[in-house]
Design a protein around this ligand. Structure first.
Ligand code: SF4
Ligand code: SF4
Length: 181
């Protein structure tokens, strides 16, 4: 065995696939027989040479946990469910990918943009801060004011999801090196 092959083998976590099937949405991971229909119909794959749902599924099956959970490409999925409609094995591909995203998120591995969105949500109740100029423009156009958000109620709901801990973990992780697909 070459040194390179040894290195790759050491990256394999054979238990990973069983971890995935226990996560809601990931149950059918092992049913994939790699026909490639999901990739050929995926609208995101049409625009990105690197985004391949079939490949993500295969890497998860093979136990390449670090590569899958650290991959930014995982987050390109638009959750359009085209793959789920087309899979001949009846696999909810979009749900498997969502399960993998959830696993990555639980370990704080999320792209910075999602951290910013979450931070804005906690602070303002909106996923992005609405500039004062936009509010004035709405008034000038005679549009109704934006709905007021119950920040306290929202914070309580998010507390149940442990969002703050999740943001703390992801802040620790952001300095770690990434492994790309
Ligand atoms: S369409 Fe279904 S069986 Fe085919 S590669 Fe995608 S997930 Fe696997
Ligand atoms: S749900 Fe995600 S992987 Fe499936 S077709 Fe849509 S963008 Fe592609």
């Amino acid at each position: 065995m070459s040194k390179d092959a040894e290195f790759k083998t050491s990256r394999i976590n054979p238990k990973f696939r069983y971890e995935v099937v226990k996560v809601p949405g990931g149950e059918n991971l092992l049913h994939c027989f790699q026909c490639g229909t999901c990739t050929s119909d995926c609208p995101v794959a049409r625009f990105s040479e690197k985004y391949r749902p079939r490949l993500i599924i295969r890497m998860a099956q093979l136990g390449l946990k670090e590569r899958v959970l650290n991959s930014d490409f995982l987050w390109l999925c638009a959750s359009c469910f085209t793959c789920t409609d087309r899979c001949p094995q009846g696999i909810e591909v979009a749900s498997v990918i969502r399960a993998l995203k959830n696993m990555a998120a639980m370990e704080g591995r999320i792209p910075d943009v999602f951290k910013v969105i979450l931070g804005n949500l906690l602070k303002t109740g909106y996923i992005y801060e609405i500039p004062e100029s936009r509010v004035r423009r709405r008034e000038a156009l005679g549009l109704p004011p934006l709905p007021k958000v119950n920040i306290e109620g929202l914070a309580k709901s998010l507390q149940n999801l442990d969002i703050k801990r999740f943001l703390e973990v992801s802040a620790q992780k952001s300095s770690e090196a990434k492994i790309w697909v």
